[in-house]
Design a protein around this ligand. Structure first.
Ligand SMILES: Cc1cc2nc3c(=O)[nH]c(=O)nc-3n(C[C@H](O)[C@H](O)[C@H](O)COP(=O)(O)O)c2cc1C
Length: 208
């Protein structure tokens, strides 16, 4: 039974909007599952001064995540543009502030997935998704990719990987999600929502 307050946190960074568009599609997938709510949260950019100088509320889009958003989620979809085959620094910077959650085991046995966007087809989507998996495993989360029963994984000419949903945004980062990418991001959202319900039930059983 899913708690009325439970939600899947969709935590992402996006500079040019492609990863943000994926996040919204994953949210639609999450909310297509009865009783499931998606909470979209982003992280601020980091600067060489390493001190927060941004306004507390971004000018547009999702608001900034707090540690409590992460602590209290029942499932997680983590999104980042690919930066040199790796996740972007702003998201990593936020994750590096999560030691208190790790010490309290706040994310143990919660499901998580990752999604990314690149400019080029072979620009490192899988390595980025794998890099995002590492901190999630340290937190004790249960990682969910995309199974090949999602047959678009076989036919896609753009994004979509068994490691997680992805998008090829083009050299100017202005290509829209195509049909396969959209469907696979949606499927990723549905899958994480269903796993959230299942694992939440399991956690409740083990705490009684
Ligand atoms: C510093 C930097 C490094 C990047 N590294 C890669 C890369 O390794 N492979 C790739 O295909 N695209 C790379 N890109 C392009 C972005 O991944 C791509 O434009 C992505 O779609 C942007 O997502 P966003 O619109 O959510 O910001 C890089 C961009 C920047 C600024």
């Amino acid at each position: 039974m899913t708690d009325a307050t439970s939600y899947v946190l969709i935590l992402f960074y996006s500079r040019h909007g492609a990863t943000a568009e994926m996040a919204r599609q994953i949210a639609a997938g999450v909310e297509s599952v009865a009783g499931m709510t998606a909470k979209l949260r982003t992280v601020p950019a980091v600067s060489p001064t390493c001190e927060a100088v941004d306004e507390e509320i971004p000018a547009e889009g999702a608001v900034y995540a707090t540690l409590d958003d992460l602590r209290q989620c029942s499932g997680l979809a983590l999104g980042s543009p690919t930066r040199f085959g790796n996740m972007a620094a702003p998201l990593k910077y936020f994750l590096d502030t999560t030691s208190s959650l790790w010490m309290n085991g706040a994310l143990i046995d919660k499901p998580a997935c990752a999604f990314t966007s690149t400019s080029s087809l072979h620009g490192g989507q899988e390595s980025t998704l794998l890099s995002m998996l590492l901190p999630l495993l340290h937190h004790g989360m249960v990682y969910a990719g995309l199974p090949y029963s999602e047959i678009r994984l076989i036919s896609t000419q753009s994004g979509g990987t068994p490691y997680g949903a992805s998008h090829v945004a083009g050299a100017r980062s202005d290509k829209q999600l195509d049909e396969d990418e959209r469907a696979l991001a949606y499927a990723q959202g549905r899958r994480i929502a269903r796993l959230t319900q299942a694992l939440e039930a399991m956690r409740q059983e083990t705490t009684v």
